[in-house]
Design a protein around this ligand. Structure first.
Ligand code: GLU
Length: 293
């Protein structure tokens, strides 16, 4: 098979729990899309929020992906190993006045109407500690999604000077995800629709940093009740790495794809799923309710 090196996709789980059906859908959707383009599929563990991490979860996720035959290319990138890169770039942004410290409290921001008004960025004597916010100079309030079509967000949300390093010293997801997708050469981001709105902020960072943005494809979320996606936080049942066949078929059906023949070797099932993958069959919905069973 000819390797089309121009497509690079990824799966980027946070190690806050085991892989459940919702994260399997995101992993499988991004895998099928990448492999059906003869592209690469990379794995990144987003372990930059230790308070939300569960010991052993990263290992557990990798093991489960392997048991599902979802083999990634190259070595796994751990965000915890990228802290120096994030810090160096933040220092550059601060020195360049593209970012500034802010000590406003939640209560103060609520009094501003819920959207931060940029006041710490206008101080004659800038602060030198607190959270760090981007001076948002490239606000974007719309983008085209490969599945959902045109996505628009609130202008105030899009233009806010949002936090890129938290006051507790943790790097914000928005900064890390953009730096790492660029670092890994990702050409298309395929992930759950819970991140649709966040995408506009990521696009504004791409523009402000002078980076080329990837294309975007947001998959429907699996929920048990409207508005409540399956998540590690709400203790969604983990998928069973010992019998991947049934969950794989259910995830394929969830993604609107043709069923595949059951094989004891899941890699054969995946190969068939890749060859049958049809983007136009993906459901154009933000959420799909599952039958509890
Ligand atoms: N780490 C995020 C999560 O597990 C996904 C980030 C992304 O795909 O951009 O929800």
């Amino acid at each position: 098979m000819l390797n089309n090196t121009s497509y690079v996709g990824r799966f980027a789980p946070s190690p806050s729990g085991s892989l459940h059906f919702g994260s399997l859908v995101a992993a499988l959707g991004s895998y099928l899309r990448a492999r059906s383009q003869n592209g690469q599929w990379l794995l990144r563990v987003e372990d930059i929020d230790p308070p939300r991490e569960v010991p052993g979860a990263a290992h557990d996720i990798l093991y489960t992906l392997e048991r599902f035959g979802l083999e990634w290319d190259g070595s796994v990138l751990y965000q915890s190993q990228r802290l120096d890169a994030y810090e160096a770039y933040l220092q550059h942004l601060l020195a360049d006045e593209q970012a500034y410290y802010c000590q406003c409290t939640r209560k103060q921001i609520k009094a501003m109407g819920g959207t931060y008004d940029g006041r710490c960025g206008r101080l004659i004597e800038p602060l030198n500690q607190g959270a760090i916010r981007i001076r948002n100079q490239a606000a974007v309030a719309r983008f085209d999604d490969q599945l959902m079509g045109e996505v628009t967000t609130d202008q105030a949300f899009a233009s806010e000077d949002f936090i890129i390093k938290r006051s507790d010293g943790l790097y914000a997801y928005q900064l890390a995800v953009v730096m790492d997708d660029a670092f890994q050469g990702i050409t298309e981001v395929v992930r759950g629709a819970d991140l649709l709105e966040a995408t506009v902020r990521q696009i504004s960072l791409y523009q402000q940093f002078g980076l080329q943005q990837p294309t975007w494809l947001h998959l429907p979320l699996a929920s048990l009740e409207p508005g409540f996606k399956l998540s590690k936080q709400n203790h969604a049942t983990p998928v069973d790495p010992k019998s991947p066949q049934k969950a794989l078929q259910a995830a394929l059906a969830f993604l609107g794809q043709q069923p595949v023949a059951i094989e004891s070797d899941v890699r054969l099932m995946l190969a068939q799923a890749v060859s049958q993958f049809d983007l136009s069959n993906l459901p154009r919905q933000r959420e799909i309710l599952l039958n509890p069973d």
